[in-house]
Design a protein around this ligand. Structure first.
Ligand code: COA
Length: 367
């Protein structure tokens, strides 16, 4: 290597590698735009099917009649379960999802993969708890069908809350899994390979891993008045507060608001019809108190670096309020994000160039 000074962009941070119409993360302003909508508005206005349809249309993918197509595709995906052998019995949900999706042939249609992600996540959960998989109910929306297949309460209030989650996390710029999907697409490989690669990236704890630990933290704190002491001890021990901070956002992650709102509505609806032991209300109050205290302590310690709640903070509270096992959190996230991966795959195939960066060689050179 010559001694000419070069800049190595480790992690590609801040490097623009493509153009996209799909989503934009504005970390400085704490703003996420998805297919031309602020995420708060996007999640309030559209359900999962409508949001997917818009995102896919923005990518130039035919998304007409998506509700019906997903409905049919869920039923078909359920019929494939006997062909998967023990793939879905694997211990780790993301491992099972990756193995299940890899069974699909090269020319699988986009909605078949989205449907299969939900069907396989639910079937994995059922099989791991020693139960038979539940077939999807025909004619339902995706969020409701997913709750039903998981064997959980799937009334309108809970389905709406899960829907808000799925829509809120559907796409988020060039995160690691989305970039992985785009790299595969850029080589003109097939959609199944891209989605499987993306699941592999999301499986990594640096990408998809914080909601489980957030829940552990809230359980360990237990009561709002214990938050300050607990958090101070964690920080003094040099540990990070889960669900706080973000690589890009310098403000509160706007998706935290989407999820907090969904939780507030769910909690009020359940309370109004007496369908709540008070657990969700307690968790929500605790989460708010912990978030406030964590933000205050982190601001004292890092006045130079705003560290606020990220999406994982309220994901943990919302998904657990719906009865979803923390072991499934990443897989449920993948059920939503599969729509984004497919949109990015399509966009990359239509307009993109082979992604082929270079590395600075620091090995030895002969002679
Ligand atoms: N708790 C305590 N301190 C934190 C923190 C947190 N959650 N997040 C960042 N910090 C501290 C870092 O230790 C660092 O301090 P130092 O300079 O004294 O070492 C400083 O703030 C700057 O952090 P930085 O390295 O710029 O953050 P990052 O961009 O590398 O990390 C995360 C971003 C998300 C990985 C990080 O905030 C984190 O680990 N959060 C907790 C895990 C989590 O919620 N992950 C889900 C992300 S969606």
């Amino acid at each position: 290597m010559s001694d000419v000074a070069v800049t190595v962009h480790e992690g590609l941070e801040g490097v623009l590698v493509t153009r996209t119409r799909l989503s934009h993360v504005d970390g400085e302003r704490g703003r996420l735009i998805v297919a031309g909508h602020d995420v708060e508005d996007w999640a309030a206005r559209f359900d999962f099917e409508q949001a997917s349809q818009r995102l896919w249309a923005a990518a130039g993918l035919d998304a007409a009649g998506l509700s019906e197509r997903l409905d049919v595709a869920r039923a078909r995906a359920f019929e494939t379960l006997p062909q998967l052998g023990d793939a879905l019995r694997r211990e780790d949900a993301m491992d099972a999802l990756r193995a299940g999706l890899a069974h699909w042939p090269e020319h699988t249609r986009p909605e078949e993969l989205v449907a299969a992600a939900a069907v396989y996540t639910a079937a994995h959960a059922r099989l791991r708890s020693g139960c038979e998989p539940i077939a999807p109910c025909r004619g339902q929306r995706h969020a409701q069908a997913l709750l039903g297949m998981l064997g959980l309460a799937d009334d309108a209030d809970r389905s709406r809350a899960l829907d808000a989650y799925l829509v809120g996390v559907i796409d988020h710029g060039l995160n690691a899994s989305t970039f992985a999907a785009r790299v595969v697409a850029s080589a003109h490989s097939d959609l199944v390979s891209a989605v499987v690669a993306a699941v592999g990236a999301l499986k990594g704890p640096l990408h998809g891993g914080a909601p489980g630990p957030v829940l552990d933290m809230l359980d360990a704190i237990g009561e709002p008045e214990r938050a300050r002491g607990y958090l101070q001890a964690e920080l003094t021990a040099g540990r990070r507060i889960m669900g706080m901070g973000h690589r890009i956002y310098r403000q509160r992650d706007p998706r935290a608001l989407v999820l907090e709102r969904a939780l507030t509505q769910l909690e009020a609806a359940l309370r109004a019809r007496g369908d709540e032991s008070g657990r969700t209300q307690k968790r929500l109050e605790l989460a708010r108190a912990v978030e406030q205290e964590a933000a205050r302590l982190l601001a004292e310690r890092h006045p130079e670096r705003p560290l606020q709640a990220n999406v994982e903070f309220y994901t943990a509270v919302l998904l657990s309020a719906l009865g979803i096992d923390p072991a499934l959190f990443s897989a449920v996230f993948a059920c939503a994000r599969s729509v984004g991966w497919i949109a990015h795959f399509t966009e990359q195939r239509k307009h993109g160039r082979l992604i082929r960066p270079s590395a600075l060689y620091i090995g030895t050179t002969p002679g």
